[in-house]
Design a protein around this ligand. Structure first.
Ligand code: FEO
Length: 174
């Protein structure tokens, strides 16, 4: 049997990356629950949109997992909590999504700070991919919220936005 070389990232970075991996999987779960709510309420376009968001977040978790494995670091996976599943309206679902993404951005900024403090440039580089992704995610969700606020309770308007959400395809970058 070939013994693994000692991994090179610090224990604090390893622990923080495993926690972030867990947050990405929690995000996936959050979006799966949102997709379920949208399906139940017959917002089928939004259900599709959140289902793809679920796929993206799983990819993010896997990206961190692969990095930890490439670094030879032990990966102890953490439990994933149950997400909220009740919402009052479609716009509220997207507002919850934006609040969630903003908290993810804060965590990624904290993680980037830690990587810089430790002069861990490999981890810092990896994290910058996530930081850039957050800008796109927050912007996209912000635009959807703006459209939904614009149409308000106008059923036809909401239907138009929902139809548009149904045309989303999974981005190659995710
Ligand atoms: Fe991977 Fe949307 O945070």
């Amino acid at each position: 049997m070939v013994a693994k070389l000692l991994f090179v990232i610090s224990e604090s970075i390893r622990t923080a990356l495993i926690k972030q991996l867990n947050r990405e999987l929690e995000s996936a779960y959050v979006y799966l629950a949102m997709s379920a709510w949208c399906s139940r309420e017959e917002f089928n376009g939004a259900a599709h949109w959140f289902r793809l968001q679920y796929d993206e977040e799983q990819t993010h978790g896997t990206k961190l997992f692969d990095y930890l494995i490439d670094q030879g670091a032990p990966v102890g996976l953490l439990p994933v909590g149950a997400p909220p599943e009740e919402f009052d309206s479609l716009v509220e679902v997207f507002e919850a999504s934006l609040a969630h993404e903003r908290s993810m951005t804060e965590h990624l900024n904290d993680l980037s700070d830690l990587a810089l403090q430790e002069r861990d440039h490999a981890t810092y580089n990896l994290l910058q991919w996530f930081v850039t992704e957050q800008v796109e995610e927050e912007s996209t969700v912000g635009e959807i919220i703006a459209k939904l606020r614009l149409v308000g309770t106008d059923g036809y308007g909401v239907l138009m936005v929902d139809n548009e959400l149904g045309t989303r395809t999974l981005s190659a970058a995710a």
